[in-house]
Design a protein around this ligand. Structure first.
Ligand SMILES: Nc1ncnc2c1ncn2[C@@H]1O[C@H](COP(=O)(O)OP(=O)(O)OP(=O)(O)O)[C@@H](O)[C@H]1O
Ligand SMILES: [Mg+2]
Length: 451
């Protein structure tokens, strides 16, 4: 018996027989070498000639194989082999555990594996029936819990952490069960049910929450420490120094506005998360929106000597969305390009129409020619507080929440963000948003090409 589903057909029967033959071979593994040694010794001592010795050895081998086959056949007919029960009980056990969505292993007396379902191999890939659980699962905590459950007869819970092939946390619940007693005296047998529940998503979200609180506190503590430092200086040594006071007050204002921005971003993130499942539906013209973004960021572009190029299509490009949220998302992308890609001197905005997974899509790209982003950072850029270069982001007044906000805003709009970058040659952030087929915008944006 292996997987519950297999056992019902001829395939399951064949596998059971192979398992029984393998177990039989293990049981008689010393018989054949012993016979070979004895016969070889007799041949060398001249007691028996070679040909009769070979015939005797062949006869012993045949006898052993016939014995094993008889045992396998007897097992198929419902007799006990290796302390295991007949097919009917096995099928009931198999059918019961096959329907459980979590990994489940059934043990019989002595800790031998009676049955396991398909998912159980995620926990112990080398599982095999009629073999001790400890051969396949080398976790001392679980084995100890199995021993206790068998001894005490009660349910025992324990946790297990797996490092390979991927990090996973499991809760193992070991519960003794008794098969119902019937007219058959072999019924009423006690089994142990070992069920595993995957705790990985829970542990990950706990870890994320802890990281988030640690990061948010750290981001707030830095400007707060700087503010209280300047307050001490202004109350003490610089009390009468008018020039120093003006300078320090300027720094204090910048730090206070950084804290305000951080709190504002955190609140926006949680507001957007709360509305994550409500799809925004107001019509928003992306051409107008991007013009507004480009105009609004012109002063920053001027300060950094960057030209913003936007060659909009003549027709409006309308998507269903929340105008303020989309404005915020594109502002962050263009602001990032201006802040981190300033050395390229040019930022390009483009709108183009593409066939996508959900019908026609609009792709809005923001491209810069700055230093670009190393590939190892790309998958993590949209995580909260993640920065490719922490010092530079802080120096630019960044909180590291901008791209996390972009990601959440796009998720709410059923859109997605693509990031392409070649280090040394700049970065392109592309926002893809669906266009509802048949809406006026779908026809209007025909003819839009990349600028
Ligand atoms: N165009 C870009 N070129 C190079 N690096 C970039 C670019 N855009 C983003 N990054 C990197 O990604 C990081 C995360 O960006 P994100 O917008 O989330 O945060 P931020 O800009 O640091 O802070 P905030 O947006 O809250 O002001 C940045 O710190 C920067 O290291
Ligand atoms: Mg940003």
């Amino acid at each position: 018996m292996t997987f519950a589903q297999d056992d019902q057909g001829a395939w399951g029967q064949a596998r059971r027989q192979v398992a029984t033959i393998a177990a039989g071979l293990r049981r008689v593994r010393l018989v054949l070498p012993a016979a070979a040694i004895a016969l070889a010794t007799a041949v060398l001592a001249g007691e028996i000639r070679v040909v009769p010795a070979v015939i005797v050895f062949a006869a012993i081998t045949l006898g052993v194989l016939l014995d094993i086959r008889r045992a396998a056949a007897a097992r198929g007919a419902g007799a006990e082999v290796l302390g295991r029960r007949g097919d009917a009980d096995d099928l009931v056990v198999d059918a019961a555990i096959a329907g459980v969505p979590d990994p489940v292993i059934v043990l019989e007396r002595g800790g031998l594996v009676r049955a396991f379902n398909r998912r159980a191999v995620e926990v112990a890939p080398a599982l095999a029936t009629a073999r001790p659980l400890s051969f396949a699962l080398r976790h001392p905590g679980v084995l100890e819990a199995v021993r206790r459950a068998a001894e005490e007869g009660g349910t025992v819970r324990t946790e297990m952490f797996q490092r390979v092939p991927a990090e996973r946390w499991w809760e193992a619940v070991i519960a003794p069960v008794r098969l119902p007693a019937g007219p058959d005296p072999r019924n009423g047998e006690r089994l142990l049910l070992v069920a595993f529940h995957d705790l990985t998503p829970l542990r990950r979200s706990e870890q994320m929450r802890a990281d988030f609180i640690a990061n948010a506190s750290h981001e707030l503590r830095t400007p707060l420490a700087s503010l209280s430092g300047f307050i001490d200086t202004l109350q003490g040594p610089a009390r009468a120094d008018t020039a120093a006071r003006e300078k320090f007050l300027g720094i204090m204002r910048a730090q206070a506005s950084r804290m305000a921005r951080l709190i504002d971003d955190l609140l926006s993130l949680s507001r957007i998360e709360l509305k994550a499942h409500v799809r925004p539906e107001s019509p928003v013209d992306l051409v107008l929106l991007l013009r507004q973004v480009a105009d609004g960021l012109q002063p920053i572009a001027g300060e950094r000597g960057v030209a913003i190029a936007f060659d909009p299509p003549p027709e409006p490009v309308t998507v269903a969305g929340d105008r303020d949220e989309l404005l915020r998302a594109f502002e962050n992308l263009v602001e990032n390009a201006l802040k981190y890609g300033a050395s390229g001197g040019r930022v390009e905005l483009a709108i183009l129409r593409e066939p996508g997974l959900q019908g026609t899509e609009v792709a809005v790209s923001v491209r810069d020619y700055g230093p670009g982003i190393a590939p190892e950072h790309l998958p993590r850029l949209t995580e909260r507080f993640y920065r490719a270069d922490v010092a530079e982001s802080r120096a630019q007044g960044g909180t590291g929440l901008g791209l996390a906000l972009v990601k959440h805003i796009l998720q709410r709009h059923r859109g997605r963000l693509g990031i392409d970058s070649t280090p040394g040659a700049g970065a392109t952030f592309t926002v893809r948003l669906p266009i509802v087929t048949g809406s006026p915008s779908a026809t209007r944006i025909d003819g839009i090409s990349a600028s």
